[in-house]
Design a binder for this molecule. Structure first.
Ligand SMILES: [Zn+2]
Length: 130
């Protein structure tokens, strides 16, 4: 192989390397774009979930008059159901007992304790503790 051909081969090899390199740069840029879009979609989903939870909390606050978490709300519903079932139960149209519930909040140095109480039977359930 002569010097001229050798030079041509090297030039050709370099050109191929440069082309691969440019392809990689393009690919990398596309992946970055895609990644950014995915992140922003994920962010939007998370933001929507957060807003929806906030909205639920705010609905409950309006309905009950105090702030309460999803978990606390579920615990209260469960306890109330159990309590009513233990005292006559309920049908679709009426409750078989005359239970009346009220909430009590006791502030302490640690935070607030929240309790639901049946005025009729005196049963209590603490659904919130600091
Ligand atoms: Zn009761």
């Amino acid at each position: 192989m002569g010097r001229k051909e050798e030079k041509e081969d090297i030039k050709k090899a370099l050109k191929e390397i440069m082309e691969s390199f440019n392809d990689l740069i393009d690919e990398n840029r596309d992946l970055r774009k895609e990644n950014k879009a995915l992140k922003s979609k994920h962010y939007k989903d998370r933001e929507l979930a957060r807003l929806s939870a906030e909205l639920n909390a705010s609905d409950r606050m309006i309905a009950k008059g105090f702030p309460i978490s999803d978990e606390e709300n579920r615990a209260i519903d469960e306890w109330v159901d159990e309590h009513i079932n233990a005292h006559g139960g309920r049908t679709r149209t009426k409750i078989g007992c005359s239970c009346l519930f009220h909430y009590e909040f006791s502030p302490s140095q640690l935070g607030t304790f929240g309790t639901i109480i049946c005025d009729m039977h005196g049963d209590k359930f603490q659904f919130q503790s600091p």
